[in-house]
Design a protein around this ligand. Structure first.
Ligand code: FES
Length: 127
């Protein structure tokens, strides 16, 4: 079980991205928070398999946090079940991630993975 962050580190009504890596897995995740509930998905759009947040960390359209948003082709996904309700992949869904709330800790139930600082990694790859 890998702790991603504390619940309070995801703004209520907001979402936060994470990247994890291990010997058998490299994955980006998005975790949305609604009060004391969390909803976690693989950060990969079912339309063309790009990340939702081409601007890293921007998971919503403008200031509307009602639906997760893929800004590649403007798909909207329900936070509660990841189903696309508007856009080119309407009816398809984001892949659920094994995210659990353990006390006040947001955790990924996946062995042998570690958190990756995605921005530092991108910057170091550019050097
Ligand atoms: S890649 Fe997400 S809507 Fe096209």
């Amino acid at each position: 079980m890998l702790e991603l962050c504390r619940l309070v580190e995801i703004p209520d009504g907001g979402a936060r991205g994470f990247a994890v890596e291990g010997p058998d897995l490299a994955q980006r995740l998005v975790v949305a928070r609604r009060g004391s509930r969390i909803f976690g998905y693989v950060n990969l759009c079912p339309h063309a398999f790009s990340r939702l947040d081409s601007e890293i960390g921007q998971f919503f359209e403008y200031d509307d946090s009602t639906h997760l948003f893929c800004d590649s082709h403007a798909a909207l996904f329900r936070v509660e079940d990841g189903v696309c309700i508007e856009g080119p992949c309407e009816g398809q869904a984001l892949t659920p991630a094994a995210i659990e709330l353990v006390g006040d800790r947001v955790c990924l139930d996946q062995p042998n993975v570690a958190l990756v600082d995605e921005i530092s990694k991108i910057l170091s790859d550019l050097r």
